[in-house]
Design a protein around this ligand. Structure first.
Ligand code: OAD
Length: 229
């Protein structure tokens, strides 16, 4: 079976990483305009770099949880599994998955001058040079609001052809990811995994309510035994 999986911050919540829109989430303590837009970066680059330096430190202290491992197990099965994440952490990779980071990655930095990608340092600063062209133009490799997410052509291709679409731990507030269920759902069966209702819950054929570290491994184990359930 051809499966497309979309993950969001909720899958990493039980690894101890903050989500964005919970009452105590990242967007309650930080302004999106200040830390997640190019305009905010131009206004105060070090403030934005420090925000992502803090996220990088949190991720370094976190470990993948049972939901990340269950997805890696599914990818290692006989099914074709395309994993897309909105998350900028590396917990899927550390669990053994191959993953498309549509919103970028904390692990890399990108040069605004020549486009070169290089490993992000723990303490990115405005004095960082591009290792390729030498310019002082290195920014976090994060897709900010107003910027085009990565891999959209490939993702659209997969969504239109898959048989099954899973969405795990995302609130459905941010497009284009929030629209994936509509594209995939023209052909595929769609299942949402979330502790709560999301903005797009009504678009799914099936909802699995509960913490991802429990619901996802249970679902994967039963799906591997019987893909027709
Ligand atoms: P949100 O913080 O908007 O939503 C997290 C979702 O995870 C919510 O629907 C929660 O109910 C759910 N959740 C929390 N804990 C869970 C658990 N243990 N098991 C299952 N579900 C759980 O995060 P995202 O939807 O990922 O983009 O946010 C999308 C994008 O908005 C992010 O990639 C980021 C942000 O702005 C950029 O910064 C560009």
């Amino acid at each position: 079976m051809h499966i497309v999986i979309l993950t969001g911050a909720g899958i990493s919540a039980e690894s101890g990483l903050a989500t964005f829109r919970a009452a105590d989430g990242l967007w309650s303590g930080h302004s999106i305009d200040d830390v997640a837009t190019l305009k905010g970066y131009r206004k105060n680059p070090q403030h934005v770099l420090d925000f992502y330096n803090d996220r990088r430190r949190d991720v370094a202290a976190a470990e993948p949880n049972a939901a990340h491992y269950a997805i890696a197990k599914l990818q290692g099965s006989s099914h074709k599994v395309t994993l897309i994440t909105q998350n900028v952490d590396d917990l899927h990779e550390r669990a053994g998955s191959k993953v498309l980071h549509m919103h970028g990655s904390l692990a890399t930095a990108i040069c605004e001058s020549c486009g070169h990608r290089q490993p992000a340092t723990d303490h990115m600063s405005t004095t960082d040079h591009c290792m390729e062209c030498g310019e002082l133009a290195v920014r976090p490799d994060i897709v900010w609001f107003g910027e085009e997410p990565h891999y959209m052509l490939d993702i659209d291709h997969e969504l239109r052809r898959c048989d099954l679409f899973l969405s795990i731990g995302t609130s459905g507030n941010v497009y284009p990811a929030a629209g994936f269920v509509r594209v995939a759902g023209k052909k595929a069966r769609t299942i949402e995994f979330n502790v709560d209702r999301s903005e797009i819950s009504s678009k799914f054929d099936v909802r699995v309510v509960g913490a991802a570290s429990k619901t996802v491994p249970e679902w994967v184990d039963s799906f591997i035994v019987n893909p027709n359930v």
